[in-house]
Design a protein around this ligand. Structure first.
Ligand code: 5GP
Length: 207
């Protein structure tokens, strides 16, 4: 019989429309808690200033990315942001760490989450450990306000992001949890609570 104090490592995935600070949340949680690590994903996009290979992403050429697909090295991969760049999650970044009791958190796009949910159907380790969290923006108007305030994109890029967001918002009920994004502190403590509660779920401990 399994013991109730068993530590079962989880893979927490945060996803949802733009403008909810998912990546800041991931960094906040891993920065505060030594017990949870961020999954480093892969991309074909060029590094931005200050980004380091193997720390922010694994930066692959198109050929390297194709090679990884051929090897079956990804749990999932997707073209994000109008098919400009490919992003993917390497199995090697997850399997060994979960087996070694390391809790993990990551932020990927909604296509990636759907792929993980499908993969979990035939993957007992993933099925037992996956926790999906949808971050819902309070409204489209609020996303627009946040994007304008952030000032990183021009009007047409903002409109594109808003169109994508309105397509993504109805997906909330396919996730384990949905939280409506509030202040950074509120979102942070809700994600912490989800993490803590999911570690104690009897169905996982007894599985
Ligand atoms: P950025 O290029 O701004 O770093 O990331 C763009 C988007 O790619 C983010 O919304 C992030 O959620 C998504 N992303 C990052 N890594 C992965 C991944 O491995 N798979 C998928 N499907 N999306 C990812």
């Amino acid at each position: 019989m399994s013991s109730p104090d068993k530590n079962l490592a989880l893979l927490i995935i945060l996803a949802g429309p733009t403008g909810t600070g998912k990546s800041t949340l991931c960094d906040g949680i891993t920065g505060k808690h030594a017990g949870i690590q961020r999954v480093i994903t892969s991309t074909t996009r060029a590094p931005r200033e200050g980004e380091v290979n193997g720390e922010h992403y694994y930066f692959f050429s198109q050929e390297e990315f194709d090679q990884k697909i051929e090897e079956g090295a990804f749990y999932e991969y997707a073209e994000v942001h109008q098919a400009q760049h490919r992003y993917g999650t390497l199995k090697s970044e997850i399997q060994g760490k979960l087996a070694a009791d390391q809790d993990l958190i990551m932020n990927i796009d909604v296509q990636g989450v759907a792929s993980f949910q499908r993969a979990a159907e035939n993957d007992p380790l993933l099925k037992q450990r996956l926790v999906t969290v949808f971050l819902m923006p309070p409204s489209l108007e609020e996303i627009e306000r946040r994007l304008v305030e952030r000032g990183k994109e021009d009007r047409s890029a903002i409109d594109q992001r808003l169109a994508t967001a309105s397509k993504e918002m109805p997906l909330w009920n396919t996730y384990d949890f949905c939280l409506v994004s509030g202040t950074r502190e509120e979102d942070f403590s809700k994600v912490e609570s989800i993490w803590m509660a999911e570690k104690l779920r009897v169905a996982r401990l007894d599985g």
